[in-house]
Every structure is written in C-alpha cells, then in structure tokens.
Write a protein that binds this ligand. Structure first.
Ligand code: 5RP
Length: 236
C-alpha cells in the first residue's frame, strides 16, 4: 500500500468525512465514460457530487434499485449492465477495509450487484470515512446473500466456519429482509478474518450462496479515506 494526504485541519462529523471523500472521488471519474456507482450513504454523497458534472459522463450502471432511483432523480442516465462491456471505474463505500484493500461490504444489502458491477469495471475506488479502516476484517458482521430455500442449510455451514449466522430482518419486524434480487441476507457475527481470500472462496462454494460480502480476491485498487487530517489516498 502507498498513501498520500490532502491536508485539512478541522474536526469533521462522519457525514462531513463521507462528503469529503465523495468530492475527492470526482477526480477518478473518466470523461465520456459510463461509471459504476455503489450503494449506501457514502455512495449517495458521491451521486450528489456526480450530478454536478453529469454532462461530462455518458452515464452510469447502478448497483441497486435505490442507487438507480437517486441517479435518475438527478437526471443521470442509468444503463442496464447487459448493454455495457466495460467501465473505467466503479466507486463505492465499504463497511470495513484493510490496508491491503480487502473489504467487507453489504451493510446496505447490495453486495451481489456491487460485486457484479465492480467485476466489469477496470478500477475499484473505495470511498470511506476513517472508521472503516481495520487491521483485521470481521468486527462488522459479514453479509452473505442466499437463495431463501437454502437459508437454514447455509446457516449451518456458516456456523461451522466459526461465526454466528443471523438472518437479517426488516426493521421492526421478524420477517426476512428481501434484497433487490429476491435473496435473503445472513449476517455472520464474531468472525476474525485473517485470510479473507480463502474465506471468500470457501463461502462461495456453499450451495445456495448467491454472493458473500467479502471483496478480497478482487478488492479495492484505491481507497479515499476521510480522516480529520484530510482525505488520505491509499493505493493497493
Ligand atoms: C452497501 C454497502 C455499502 O458500501 C456499505 O454498507 C457502506 O455504507 P455507508 O457508505 O452507508 O457507510 O456495501 O451494500
């Protein structure tokens, strides 16, 4: 990893840090291209910044219905990924990121589409406030999207890996949360992920898993990290 810093001197809230990295991410937008856009509060700040320069880009591919609707609300074209062969860059937040660019994502339940859109992009730029940088992944519960009929069998297998699997439910209800893909999310609590690439491969092998929120085999290429000293650029 190498690091550089744009210096700032004021105490900032978490939202201000997210806004700062969202603004900095505009430097990675390639004129005339289609941009992959992530999901979550940091990605939302990025969308609002992107709206200011929307005439410079051809359009976007969205990693969730929520992102697509925010982009369209700003009058930014949203392409179906099936119409796009390659993108210069994918810009998204993360729940945790290490100093080698491995991430946990999926706190916002969009991990599968995020992984798909990122896989078609040449560069992954992660935008995150400084609290997301960790030594070891796993304090944040690891999201795994599953086919609903496989929920219980996948949970049994995830338990064998050492964590405690919990079904994600709709806020204020016992009903399962349903993703944009019709899947359910199992959050695995209590993991200490010392080999993220190996664990990603292992979970991908479980029948019934749609995607795991470990982005380690293909992690971030760049991370713009919002800190009280300014936006740090980590490159991997
Ligand atoms: C959504 C994600 C988000 O990138 C992640 O949850 C971070 O969210 P936020 O920017 O709101 O902190 O993976 O599925």
């Amino acid at each position: 990893m190498s690091a550089s810093l744009i210096y700032s001197n004021s105490i900032m809230t978490q939202d201000e840090l997210k806004q700062a990295v969202a603004r900095a991410a505009i430097d990675y937008v390639v004129d005339g291209e289609i941009i992959g856009v992530g999901t979550g509060s940091t990605a939302n700040f990025f969308i609002d910044e992107l709206a200011k320069i929307k005439d410079r880009i051809k359009g976007t591919v969205a990693s969730s219905e929520a992102t697509a609707s925010r982009l369209r609300g700003h009058g930014i074209p949203v392409f179906d990924l099936n119409e796009v062969t390659s993108m210069a860059v994918y810009i998204d937040g993360a729940d945790e990121i290490t100093d080698s660019g491995a991430m946990i994502k999926g706190g916002g339940a969009a991990l599968t589409r995020e992984k798909i859109v990122a896989s078609v992009s040449k560069k992954f730029v992660c935008i995150a406030d400084g609290s997301k940088l960790v030594e070891t992944l796993g304090k944040f519960p690891l999201p795994v999207e599953v086919i609903p009929m496989a929920r219980a069998s996948v949970m049994r297998q995830l338990a064998l890996l050492g964590g405690q699997p919990r079904l994600r439910t709709k806020a204020g209800s016992d009903e399962a949360f349903i993703t944009d893909n019709g899947g359910e999310i199992i959050d695995v609590v209590g993991l200490s992920i010392t080999d993220p690439v190996a664990l990603e491969e292992q979970i991908n092998q479980i029948v019934g898993v749609i995607a795991v929120g470990l982005f380690a085999k293909a992690g971030a290429n760049v991370c713009l990290l919002g800190t009280s000293e300014g936006v740090k650029t980590l490159t991997f």
